[in-house]
Design a protein around this ligand. Structure first.
Ligand SMILES: [Fe+2]
Length: 503
């Protein structure tokens, strides 16, 4: 009885902290920064035209010339390219370098060399879009580590993804690269992913653990063109085309999820393309059965995005944040509709994994909306067979990665889990990779039209000015839409918390 009272008291205390949603975990226990070399945190990112441009960002410990060479085969083609928007400045204790490379040739394999101080250098490679109507990419989410060992576990998942889809045009990371977004954690990330990041073009999406609440902190880990979007505090909004797909990245970490200026930008952006496919990346998941979906920011994100995604014929939304895999059926107006948008919560590549919160069903997510679900957690490893969430598979306990292939009018999505090793240090233990979900979407090509050609830019000042209406919108959603549903759900939540210790 005493324990029960304690649990009820805990629930009440949690309710009083409804708006304290994003407390960041305690700082990493590692105090020392590992040796990172003289050129580190190297990224090659999408930046504008994916056939002819790439953005590079890297760091050095000391000030030096910002220098990169680009090669096509054995030929140094740097002289024929335009290197612009060069940045070389001190940033939070290191020296940051950025370069936008223009004038690349479509459909070409390139290598590059980035030079650091004292004759040091680092090499990498990328390929440009060839202009056909095919694109292949990898999606991972939520490594969210704070020590090198856990970053290495996330990197093992990413390595398996790259080996599964070796010709991927890019890798999208759906946020929460780190836990506290410290210099040390970004260094660990760079060390763990060394040899993976250097061979791919990256599409970065900021998570709520990545921003540090410092303007441009996340932006300064990459060189991405955000000039025609909304400038936000803890992440980036931008878009690009690859193959016959238009991709938009939305930062869901400011103002608790998404702001009015962001929604305006997103709608204009999605209406300014006639690409056959429209895909949106974000960190927080509008639909989930994880621990974070019971809070008002999720419902606000779900309901405020819905009309934009519906109006703009978005085919697929990929997200993270809730550390499990869940795919919805196509949804339109919050109902199953074969012409609607498929939402995929892309599992976690890392080692922090969430249980199912079945008490959410019927309140924030209807069971008939769920098409597939897998929990990766040790002791659970659940999957949904269409009727029950209680089925378990040992192979479901591991890191999740996703491969997506678009070929003309067909999109094929496959999700995998690489089973955790019994002994993490056993190099001889073979990887067990299991397909946990696969689906296809088919559509007629040439159906989308350009409906907007005006200005899409939103300045930092306009974004800040939009903060008040955005917060008012969130508060009204919270009081009118979220709170009544939460209160109806509360008895179930309390029961599950007391009997299963799941909150
Ligand atoms: Fe997150």
């Amino acid at each position: 009885m005493k324990k029960t009272s304690k649990k009820i008291l805990s629930v009440i205390l949690c309710l009083t902290m409804i708006f304290t949603l994003f407390s960041v975990a305690a700082s990493a226990d590692e105090a020392a920064t590992p040796e990172t070399g003289d050129v580190f945190r190297i990224s090659c990112s999408v930046n504008g035209d994916t056939a002819t441009q790439r953005g590079f960002c890297w760091y050095t410990k000391e000030s030096c010339e910002t220098k990169i060479s680009v090669f096509a085969g054995d030929v140094d083609v740097t002289e024929s390219l335009t290197l612009c928007d060069v940045v070389s400045e001190e940033w939070e204790g290191n020296f940051m370098h950025k370069v936008l490379v223009k004038g690349l040739t479509a459909g070409t394999d390139y290598t590059y060399r980035i030079y650091g101080p004292n004759g040091t250098y680092a090499d990498g490679s990328f390929s440009t879009d060839d202009g056909d109507d095919k694109v292949e990419f990898i999606g991972i989410a939520d490594v969210q580590a704070s020590n090198l060992n856990n970053f290495l576990k996330g990197a093992r998942t990413a390595k398996a993804a790259v080996e599964t889809m070796p010709n991927a045009d890019f890798v999208v990371t759906l946020g929460d690269y780190t836990n506290d977004s410290t210099n040390e954690e970004w260094d660990y990330n760079a060390i763990a992913f060394d040899g993976i990041n250097s061979g791919v073009t990256q599409v970065p999406v900021a998570g709520n653990h990545d921003g540090l609440g410092v303007w441009n902190w996340f932006n300064n880990m990459f060189c991405v063109d955000t000039s025609e979007s909304v400038q936000t505090l803890n992440g980036m909004n931008y878009s690009f085309d690859y193959g016959n797909v238009h991709f938009a990245v939305v930062n869901t970490n400011d103002l608790l999820s998404v702001s009015v200026p962001q929604l305006v930008w997103l709608k204009k952006d999605l209406m300014s393309t006639d690409a056959d496919w429209k895909v949106v990346f974000m960190h927080k998941s509008p639909y989930s059965l994880g621990k974070d979906t019971k809070w008002p920011d999720t419902l606000y994100l779900q309901e405020s995005l819905e009309s934009v995604l519906n109006d703009c014929n978005v085919d697929l939304v990929m997200s993270g944040h809730d550390h499990q895999y869940l795919r919805t059926k196509p949804l339109k107006n919050n109902k199953v509709d074969e012409d609607g948008t498929v939402y995929v919560l892309a599992g976690t590549a890392g080692s922090k994994r969430y249980e199912i919160r079945e008490f959410i069903l019927g309140h924030f997510l209807k069971e008939n909306m769920v098409a597939a679900m897998t929990v990766q957690k040790d002791g659970y490893g659940n999957y949904w067979d269409g009727t029950s969430f209680d089925n378990t598979k040992e192979t479901n306990i591991g890191g999740c990665f996703n491969t997506i292939s678009v070929d003309g009018g067909k999109l094929t999505y496959t999700a995998y889990i690489i089973k955790d090793k019994t002994d993490p240090n056993d190099e001889t233990e073979e990887d067990v990779i299991t397909v946990i979900d696969q689906f296809t979407i088919e559509k007629e090509q040439g159906e989308n039209e350009i409906e907007y050609t005006g200005d899409k830019t939103t300045s930092k000042a306009a974004y800040i000015a939009g903060a008040v209406p955005s917060l008012l919108g969130l508060v009204s959603y919270t009081l009118i839409n979220w709170l009544p549903r939460f209160l109806v759900m509360l008895p179930k939540l309390v029961y599950v918390y007391i009997t299963q210790d799941v909150f």
